[in-house]
Design a protein around this ligand. Structure first.
Ligand code: ATP
Ligand code: MG
Length: 268
């Protein structure tokens, strides 16, 4: 079985369990001038099961990051409900930190790590916020760094001492340290060279096989999304236009917008 076939089989096995993430008729608009509003997310509903990766694909400005921020509680939906493992997401910024639940990895590894903090402090910070003791935090930080194939020694260094790919692995370690049930990956490799990108994506796939963590994997790149995901949701101007098993997106796209995305992939 190829990797993609195996992922497809896993989907049918996991969809029977209750969802880790449930997004129910969620909308969000922003006020952009006195009487002008922009609907960034429009009546979006989706679910993610245990151990499943749901891919989200769509072009720049279609609302992917706004959706991601609502799922981790950095933005509040105007209408609709978001449940993580059956519990409503708490509304205020930053409160997604802590034990379990949902963690997020952003596109920009530069911006997501405080340059003044040693890596160990950054990776352990959500655990400190959750009230864990020093020794436990140290053990968990070393474990998380090992999971992204970095030396435990990395904890003593500063972000600028690492490459872009290594920094993004540190950001993933920070998300992992809290042992989340769901990780929202918002363009996690878009800022990386193609070869470095492949390494980070493989680490994510391997981690999921070992830990059963669910992913919401967001990218504008349909090929990457299809490779990483069991199912793919296509977003156009704030709305999901199609959801399909990853292997069907290329062979049998239904919506005209999905067809356009498939046709836009360069063939070498
Ligand atoms: N805080 C905000 N205030 C006003 N408009 C916003 C705000 N955040 C996002 N938007 C607008 O909402 C729309 C969706 O933005 P969002 O960042 O969710 O898109 P995206 O799909 O993540 O794009 P990209 O692929 O470029 O990251 C855009 O038109 C953006 O300008
Ligand atoms: Mg974005």
């Amino acid at each position: 079985m190829t990797n993609d076939e195996r992922r497809a089989t896993e989907t049918t096995e996991t969809t029977r369990t209750s969802p880790i993430l449930s997004v129910d008729h969620v909308s969000k608009r922003f006020r952009i001038a006195a009487e002008r509003y922009l609907t960034a997310v429009n009546d979006v509903s989706l679910t993610v099961s245990t151990g499943e990766t749901l891919g989200i694909v769509g072009e720049s400005g279609c609302g992917k990051s706004t959706l991601a921020k609502m799922i981790v509680g950095l933005e509040r939906p105007d209408v609709g409900e978001i449940l993580v493992n059956g519990r409503p997401v708490r509304g205020s910024a930053g409160r997604h930190r802590g034990e379990g639940g949902v963690q997020i990895v952003f596109q920009d590894p530069q911006g997501s790590l405080d340059p003044h903090f040693r890596v160990g402090a950054s990776v352990g910070e959500p655990l400190l916020a959750a009230g864990l003791g020093r020794a436990e935090i140290q053990t968990r930080v070393a474990e998380a760094l090992r999971m992204v194939e970095l030396d435990a020694d990395a904890a003593r260094h500063y972000p600028h001492q690492f490459s872009g790919g290594q920094r993004q692995r540190i950001a993933i370690a920070r998300a992992l340290a809290a042992r989340p049930e769901l990780i929202v990956l918002d363009e996690p490799t878009s800022a990386l060279d193609v070869s470095v990108q492949a390494g980070v994506l493989n680490i994510l796939l391997d981690l999921q096989n070992r830990t059963g963590t669910s992913y919401l994997f967001i990218s504008h790149d349909l090929s990457v999304v299809a490779h990483m995901s069991h199912r793919v949701a296509v977003i156009d101007r704030g709305s999901i236009v199609e959801t399909a098993p990853a292997e069907r997106i290329f062979s049998d796209p239904q919506h005209p917008y999905t067809k356009a995305l498939v046709d836009a992939i360069p063939r070498i």
